[in-house]
Design a protein around this ligand. Sequence first.
Ligand code: GSH
Length: 220
Amino acid sequence: MITLYHCISARSFRPLWTLEELGLGYDLKVLPFPPRVLARDYLKINPLGTVPAFFDGEMRMTESAAICQYLVAKYGPTPMNVTPEETDFGPFLNWLHFGEATLTFPQAIVLRYGRFESPEKRLPQVAEDYRKWFLARLRAVDAVVSGKPYVCADRFTVADISVGYALMLGEYLQMEEMFPPAVRAYWKKIKGREAFANAMAAQSRAALAQGVSEVPAPAS
Ligand SMILES: N[C@@H](CCC(=O)N[C@@H](CS)C(=O)NCC(=O)O)C(=O)O
């Protein structure tokens, strides 16, 4: 049995989107954000208080990109995985990690110092510097999607989900207009997937059923 602990539109959206793409059954537990403050019992499940927390039976994981990789490796074969025998195995792993380590990291700083901290602790210059940093990192995405349909392997994979989540967060941070045109078109294409809409609907349904606010409260 798969269980995913999630906050609305947080990084746990990556595994949620992957589960929907794969058509796997799962139990979605939606928490108020930040769980560390608003759902103290969750600290027994993940002492860091961060989402995702993912269980496949007794097996527990807490890194969003790694969970996507686990799902396609364990529940494939699926074209959403790229195997070591394929030419693009290296780029696949690179993009999978790039989405979180290079793209989402500066966005978390923008959110923290631009929105989440109390007004006296906000640092507008830091938020602005990391906003620019994130947009500059999109050059790497632009270089690939200007000439190819997806970031690697010429097909949709979980690497696109990892990068796509950072674009989703960029849209939430009202940066979409500043995405290079090819990146904007790529984001429009991948968010048009049926499984993306299903994941959005699943989080709304679960939040409503579990009495959790649907206000998106992503990264910090
Ligand atoms: N590298 C981890 C980061 C997990 C993370 O920081 N999640 C954020 C939500 S997007 C969180 O739970 N923040 C709440 C907090 O820091 O208390 C991943 O990719 O899953």
